[in-house]
Design a protein around this ligand. Sequence first.
Ligand SMILES: Cc1ncc(COP(=O)(O)O)c(C=O)c1O
Length: 393
Amino acid sequence: MSIDSSLVYMDNSSTTRPFPEVNEAMNSVYARQFGNPSSLHSMGYEAEKLVSKARKSVANLLGVGEDRIFFTSGGTEANNWAIFGSLRSAGSKYNHVIASAVEHPSVLAVMEYLKQIGYRVSLAPVDREGRVDPAQVLSLVGEDTCVVSVMLVQNEVGTVQPCAEIGAGLAQLGPRRPRFHVDAVQGFARIDIDVERWGIDLLSISSHKIHGPKGIGALYIRKGVRMHPLILGGGQEQGLRSGTENVPGIAGFGVACDIWAKISGEARRKMYGLRKRLMGGVRAVFPDAVLNGPEVENAAPHIVNFSFPGFRGETILHALEKRKVFVSTGSACSSRKSKPSPVILALGKTEEEALSAIRFSMSPYTAVEDVDNTVSALEDALKELAPWRRKLT
Ligand SMILES: Cc1ncc(COP(=O)(O)O)c(C=O)c1O
């Protein structure tokens, strides 16, 4: 399907449209700078220069040293690596891991697997807005805890987690404290992160959520944190992540970071404004709508999630699609399954609410008219569906 200027893309937490500058940079690498960064000749050197430049751009946006950025195939690999790599580098004495109950499947599936193979796994519950209690997370830490993994922004409901408080609490536990891993895939570029001050040891990011290409991301590893590689081979990425570098992807990711470094303040303000407008609009056309996630405080700028009791999420999604508005029913990975969202259920919401949830997610590209068109398409769609409104459970 080609891009149609009349479509309203409100599914930016699933993926974003690459910035034109990203596409240009990638096309140039594919066409001209296609050398292997490990090659000793000048074409290899040129590719290596592109990788270093992009590494600086990513590090700069995150506010860390460039030697601490390790490119991966995306957020999923970074999350898997953070947890498995930590367990492999810690002694066998460490057999306990902690995560929040609303982590992305790329963390929760790892937790499930670890449980099956005999690790002790603790999942910290969240409140009605999707937030973990830092004191409760810290109370789960034991002598055998290897990693605490808490995401920065919840991908379905947009809750900003208290990562600074959790990091500060862990820092007080001394040198044998567990590592702190933050899945910042939904927060990177869109909210402030202070990796140093928050005591973050490992942090995952992904390019395609910030208008970069798909299939590229990174894990930040704090200096001094010993990590085992997951992928062995030619020793790329300081020997920690082998495989010929995805140079076009890395170059595109770097360009996306450079753009965000310039626009992020303005983009955040704009998205917070649009979020408020969207929330007001949804409530005006459907007063029974139930907000999932925070109202204002601890809310990320780009995500709004509402339940529409009486209507299945997929039904609304397709009725909106017919009106050229693209949304999501939950996280992309689970949205093809017609099950209530485990994240919405973890917030203590009813099954009815979980089955009728719709996520609207914005980007710096989103305009006021997009929000207004979304609201009128929603009004129209719900009117059309009204005769079929019924209790879902
Ligand atoms: C919070 C979060 N973590 C991890 C991921 C996985 O990232 P990727 O798609 O780059 O593998 C996603 C993607 O939806 C996400 O939203």
